[in-house]
Design a protein around this ligand. Structure first.
Ligand code: 1GP
Length: 234
């Protein structure tokens, strides 16, 4: 497969347009050596707050992508766009329905060479994304692996995102999902609070996403960059 804007991502910081980040913290994040900033959030994302955050990130050279889950927030100018579908949602709109509506109305505007679909497996039942999408997050490991294989082997999605947003996930399950994948890039996100967990997740995931800790403990967040890069070398 041809390399894409996300192929080289080992470490990514996820910034939420609906959360405050001051200029010093933003500079630290953008200059950290991370591979990309992914802009996105499960609630409160608007066209205005996305434009605002993107233009602030654009002061730096770091690559910047947008997780586009609502067509009305389709801000142009990002290096890439990830369009999520939730594999284990109970509501088909989050798997395919919204996507059909968005492409019907805006498909002609999308920069397709910089767009990729992402299959989310949502595994923290207490997360905003699980509640919003009514995800069946309390599934067995065997089911989680089966979902991953449906996405990877049957649908050949480019990216599988194992999402534990807000809590640290089951690394044994992540290892087993990794082993079951054929070609999808494996992204892990959730509960990475510092370098140790970042390094653990990097053993199995192609890409490690760090979110909340940016806002709670900036120094610990920055330390995850080096930890992931070192783990990848091993
Ligand atoms: C959220 O996977 C990301 O979509 C990161 O999760 O905020 O828990 O780090 P955290």
């Amino acid at each position: 497969m041809l390399p894409s804007f996300y192929s080289d991502w080992k470490h990514v910081f996820k910034l939420d347009p609906d959360r405050e980040i001051d200029d010093d913290a933003l500079e630290a994040v953008c200059m950290s050596g991370t591979d990309a900033i992914l802009v996105g959030g499960s609630s409160g994302v608007t066209f205005e707050n996305t434009v605002d955050l993107m233009s602030r990130i654009r002061r730096y050279e770091v690559s910047c992508a947008f997780e586009l889950s609502d067509a009305s927030c389709g801000v142009p100018g990002f290096d890439g766009y990830l369009i999520p579908s939730v594999l284990n949602t109970r509501r088909s709109e989050w798997l395919i329905g919204r996507h059909v509506e968005a492409l019907r109305d805006f498909g002609h505007l999308l920069p397709w060479e910089s767009v990729a679909g992402v299959a989310y497996l949502v595994l923290n039942p207490d997360s905003t994304v699980a509640r919003l999408t009514e995800a069946e997050a309390g599934i067995s490991n065997a089911e989680a692996i089966a979902y991953s294989q449906v996405a990877d082997k049957l649908w050949t999605v480019p990216i599988l995102y194992v999402e534990y947003s807000g809590t640290y996930g089951d690394m044994d399950l992540l290892r087993d999902i990794r082993a079951a994948l054929q070609s999808a890039q494996l992204i892990y996100g959730g509960g990475i609070d510092g370098p140790e967990r970042a390094a653990q997740a990097a053993r199995f995931a192609d890409t490690v996403v760090v979110g909340n800790v940016i806002y709670d403990n900036l120094a610990a967040a920055i330390a995850t960059v080096h930890a992931v890069k070192e783990a990848v070398k091993e």
